[in-house]
Write a protein that binds this ligand. Structure first.
Ligand code: ATP
Ligand code: MG
Length: 265
């Protein structure tokens, strides 16, 4: 199998006081090794639920999630996660926060090597010199950079990012997009990025999956032709404008605000 992540026919409903709430209904996503897939869809359609299934924090009612040819049945140390809110521990320094997963996941690294790895990652994202600061001494963008280092420190095969840049201002977000490309080159991973920013999806990912409204199914898949690092100018090309128009239309369909065209799944 060439796909490192495979989500096959996944259906899931939450049990609520008002009865079952169907959230995912026929999800199909495949990410090849080294691939980076962005998932976009209306608010509340089930994107964060999808990340929990891939991370093995929850099992789907129906369907399967496979990572590297093995069916996911529980949490795995080969997965790293980063979220919109970085939740760094204030009583630890930035370096100690980045090293946290190494205290949980078994590692062959000595304490000295662990520190070296954390320092290397912090330098990679531009946080050299901030190792001994506390989280509250950093800006939102810097905290998100530190959170990214923490999600990568144990060399996960799979990185799941759930709206990691959602709370940042536009310029900081664009800086972080470029940092992401740099990080992916230096520390290759197979990624799933949840985002509601269509520009972010085509700038970072090599495939964009649009989910329908809840219960979510895979509504549309767009292949982004430029893979690997790209600069922000790419977002101002006619090709990018066309991709964004297609995605925007698909989101409107998902929200029930535009009719489904014939021939579109
Ligand atoms: N633990 C839970 N128990 C019951 N319902 C839940 C639970 N978690 C999420 N939901 C519901 O499931 C639906 C999907 O939630 P989810 O967080 O996956 O959506 P999302 O696509 O990530 O939304 P957003 O774009 O706002 O982050 C929502 O209606 C939410 O209220
Ligand atoms: Mg969410």
């Amino acid at each position: 199998m060439n796909n490192l992540i495979e989500i096959k026919g996944v259906r899931h409903a939450y049990t609520t006081a008002d009865g079952p709430l169907p959230v995912l209904d026929g999800l199909e996503i495949a990410v090849p090794e080294g691939g980076f897939v962005a998932v976009v869809g209306p608010s509340g359609c089930g994107k964060s639920t999808l990340t929990r299934l891939v991370a093995g924090l929850m099992m789907p009612d129906v369907g399967e999630v496979w990572l590297h040819g093995e069916r996911v049945k529980g949490p795995r140390s080969t997965v790293g996660m980063a979220f919109q809110n970085p939740v760094l521990l204030e009583w630890r320094t930035i370096l100690q926060n980045v090293m946290l997963p190494l205290e949980i996941v078994p590692t062959k690294l000595s304490r000295k090597e662990q520190k070296e790895r954390a320092r290397y990652l912090l330098a990679l994202v531009g946080l050299e010199g901030f190792e001994d600061k506390r989280p509250s001494e950093l800006s939102g963008g810097m905290r998100q950079r530190a959170s990214l280092c923490r999600s990568l420190v144990h060399k996960p095969e799979v990185l799941i990012l759930d709206e990691p840049f959602g709370a940042l201002d536009a310029f900081t977000r664009e800086d972080l997009w470029q940092t992401m490309h740099k990080v992916k080159e230096a520390e290759p991973f197979t990624g799933v990025l949840i985002t509601h920013d269509l520009r972010e999806s085509i700038f970072l990912a090599d495939q964009v999956v649009v989910l329908s409204g809840r219960p979510a199914r895979t509504q549309y898949v767009l292949d982004v032709p430029n893979t690997g690092p790209r600069d922000l100018e790419h977002l101002y090309t006619p090709e990018a404008a066309e991709m964004l128009a297609v995605l925007r239309h698909q989101i409107e369909v998902a929200q029930g605000r535009a009719p489904v065209e014939e021939g579109v799944a």
